[in-house]
Design a protein around this ligand. Structure first.
Ligand SMILES: [Zn+2]
Length: 282
């Protein structure tokens, strides 16, 4: 055994002794992007080919696809790109202005009903909702629509709105976009304890690492308990996020590599497979 190989074996032995082999010792993880917008108002920033190449370059083999309007999602589904699993969600917006009014607009309910008829949707979202805006009758109707059809909700919301959504129908399945941005890890943990059908999507989520990229103790222990409840996302809501796409996923890979491999695999793509699978072969 040569010296380098010997050191490697010792390194792996140390990692295992410290609580399992870490993701850094493994090959490149496949990633699922659970917050992808392919917006087109009226034209997309990247052509479909360029978007697909961006996924390939980053090892992204699955996406939770949404767009404003829903045309971008139709294109991603229709592309049937080899090696890419598209999980489409209905976006309840026609234009950006709908973000502030959708929850009170009967035309949006009709939009959701009409889109659903395409037959391939797995959820509704991402939608934005705050505080008591979530308490209204139209939101309740949409939550019930989702529960009756076994659809997930992808909610960009504060905690007050999250509680309203679950109060409308305790059987709701909610992916919390950005995991509350800055809600304390202790509170996130309590919410995960209370609501077994709540998952946290981590785009823009603060506090996971320190300034040097080291995983924080709070998040390490949250992942230790709940690595089955988190998803990664790019949130390509503006063009800058497409420029930064590689960096976003390099940053994810950097902290995933600090976790035990089983936890890293769940967050990288295993949870998406459990939620939306089985993955079709294409
Ligand atoms: Zn968002």
């Amino acid at each position: 055994m040569d010296v380098v190989r010997g050191m490697k074996v010792v390194g792996i032995a140390v990692a295992m002794a410290l609580g399992g082999i870490t993701a850094s010792a493994q090959e490149r993880l496949e990633l699922f992007d659970a917050h992808l917008h392919y917006n087109q108002e009226p034209n997309p920033f990247y052509s479909l080919d360029k978007v697909l190449e961006t996924f390939r370059r980053n090892g992204v083999t699955g996406i939770l696809a949404t767009s404003r309007p829903n045309k971008g999602t139709h294109e991603l589904v229709d592309a049937k790109a080899p090696g890419l699993w598209v999980v489409p969600f209905i976006r309840p917006y026609r234009t950006r202005a709908d973000i502030g009014t959708w929850f009170d607009d009967p035309a949006i309910y009709e939009l959701i009903e009409a889109e659903y008829k395409r037959g391939y949707y797995r959820g509704i979202g991402e939608f934005h909702i705050y505080g008591n805006s979530a308490a209204g009758p139209l939101v309740k109707k949409i939550v019930n629509f989702a529960v009756e059809r076994d659809l997930y909700l992808h909610a960009h919301c504060d905690e007050a709105a999250l509680l309203h959504l679950f109060a409308h129908n305790p059987r709701a399945k909610i992916i919390w976009a950005h995991t509350g941005f800055s809600t304390t890890p202790a509170r996130v943990r309590e919410l995960l304890d209370t609501y077994p059908a709540l998952w946290g999507e981590l785009s823009y989520r603060g506090g996971i690492t320190d300034g040097a990229g080291k995983l924080s103790d709070d998040w390490r222990s949250l992942f230790l308990r709940y690595s089955d409840r988190f998803l990664l996302g790019s949130d390509t809501w503006i063009n800058e996020r497409w420029f930064g796409y590689d960096t976003i996923f390099q940053n994810y890979r950097a902290w995933l590599a600090q976790l035990p491999i089983e936890q890293a695999r769940r967050i990288a793509n295993g949870n998406a497979q459990r939620l939306f699978g089985p993955r079709p072969s294409n």
